[in-house]
Write a protein that binds this ligand. Structure first.
Ligand SMILES: [Zn+2]
Length: 209
């Protein structure tokens, strides 16, 4: 695929994870239909390689997500993106978790609030170190703020409402995993695609009862 060297990218294997996760929700034919629709036919039956090369452009990520909204409607498309995000975390954990100690037994035995703090920073590192996505994590007494300052999900998009549901799904599953099966309230409150400065996902530190 002809990719400009100045564009921002995910590593191939993150692109591969997105397409495989999408396939779990809408099937292989669904993924092919989306890729067709957004003129990314080269990926049909030819997912990105399982390597770390930075060759999967942000604009392809956002095009695939906008294609979901075109084909399934805004509400349906975003629901699919959210569910795909949950699946992405499971794939990603296998690939990247061991690199950051997230799957070590010593991490898993830490108290929940410590795990949220340590795990949040480590997880942000996965993106900051291995991709061109940039994430900053802030924490106060009640919330964790996951701020994406360079975001592939809404890259070059203009949306009316926050649109990075894939990232929300990834975090939802990360929280479920890290807490041993609990649900947390989280919401994307700001989105670059809507004209905000960052894509910010605000997470309640205490799980829903
Ligand atoms: Zn975004």
């Amino acid at each position: 695929m002809n990719v400009s060297s100045t564009s921002y990218n995910y590593p191939n294997r993150m692109g591969r994870i997105i397409l495989m996760s999408l396939e779990e929700i809408i099937g292989r034919s669904g993924v092919s239909a989306v890729l067709n629709r957004v003129d990314l036919k080269d990926y049909i039956g030819n997912y990105p390689a399982h390597n770390q090369d930075l060759d999967f452009p942000f604009k392809h990520v956002s095009r695939i997500l906008s294609g979901l909204e075109t084909l399934y409607g805004p509400h349906g498309g975003r629901g699919i993106a959210l569910r795909s995000g949950r699946s992405c975390f499971q794939y990603g954990l296998r690939e990247f978790g061991p690199l950051f100690g997230l799957t070590d037994i010593t991490f898993r035995l830490l108290p929940l609030q410590t795990k949220l703090k340590v795990g949040g920073s480590s997880f942000a590192e996965v993106f900051n170190r291995y991709s061109d996505q940039r994430v900053e994590v802030d924490i106060d007494s009640k919330h964790i703020y996951w701020r994406i300052t360079r975001c592939p999900m809404c890259w070059e998009r203009q949306t009316d409402t926050p649109a990075c549901d894939l990232a929300v799904g990834v975090l939802q599953e990360a929280l479920y995993w890290v807490s041993g099966g609990k649900f947390f309230h989280l919401e994307e409150t700001q989105c670059i695609g809507r004209g905000d400065e960052t894509c910010t996902i605000v997470i309640d530190r205490n799980p829903l009862s």
